[in-house]
Design a protein around this ligand. Structure first.
Ligand SMILES: [Zn+2]
Length: 241
């Protein structure tokens, strides 16, 4: 995976720009979530690239919508045998139908779903979403407190939400930080990476030198963690028994 030489944000869409020895500008929208990468000739500057992206914005948005729709279709059935990641470790789902309150439990390399009979896949996915939020809520308070102190920032509020294309985001004016609920499926180091990234944004808007310096100081192996997050499977594969 090549590393971008610049990062742009165009109308809320994050774009990786790679300057190369090429004649024309190429725009690519990549699965699974519609990441946008631009390969640009060296002679163009960031503003020219930004303009080219703006001109092709409706095409980019169309591609992203299609990819995201395809991603939704590959949603989990929530049946026994499926693989689900919990904190970066693959677990095999076992559904146990019995009366009572539906809930999840981890048992070794198994993720157990206790549920009354007749609960549909969509409801089961909602339950998993809720459980992921609980997992994150267990880890985040300590992590945020510790990192906020270190970075000397005020996180006024944090919340967990579903996001299709971002792992985290923040509002610099209000000090509100958001975490993608799917982070509960990734290694805890990824959660820490996103927390430090977003909290560093409270000090520095862009991804320039000052931002890099902050990350180098507070999370020296941030590049490894970023790659870990990028390469992590999105948990849509089947578990072979
Ligand atoms: Zn950022």
């Amino acid at each position: 995976m090549s590393t971008a030489s610049a990062y742009l944000s165009v109308r809320g869409i994050d774009i990786d720009v790679i300057y190369k020895d090429i004649k024309n500008l190429h725009i690519g929208v990549y699965p699974p979530l519609g990441r946008v990468r631009v390969a640009a000739p060296h002679r163009l500057d960031d503003d020219t690239v930004r303009l080219a992206v703006v001109q092709r914005l409706s095409w980019i948005k169309r591609q992203r919508e299609q990819l995201q729709a395809a991603d939704r279709q590959s949603e989990r059935e929530m049946v026994t045998g499926e693989s689900h990641y919990v904190w970066g470790i693959r677990h095999r789902l076992k559904v146990i139908e019995r009366p009572g309150r539906a809930h999840f439990e981890v048992d070794g390399d198994r993720l157990l779903l206790y549920t009354p009979e007749g609960v549909e896949a969509e409801k089961r996915r909602d339950l998993l979403d809720k459980w992921h939020r609980e997992q994150l809520r267990e880890r985040l308070p300590d992590l945020i407190e510790h990192r906020a102190q270190e970075l000397d920032v005020d996180v006024a509020r944090w919340s967990i939400r579903r996001m299709k294309t971002k792992w985290g985001s923040c509002n610099r004016e209000t000090g509100h930080v958001w975490f993608n609920v799917q982070l509960a499926t990734k290694h805890p180091e990824c959660l820490e990476y996103i927390a430090v990234h977003e909290m560093a944004h409270l000090l520095e808007r862009g991804h320039g030198d000052r931002f890099t310096k902050l990350r180098d100081i507070h999370l020296p192996d941030w590049r490894l963690r970023r790659d870990q997050l990028k390469d992590a499977p999105l948990a849509h594969e089947e578990w072979s028994i």
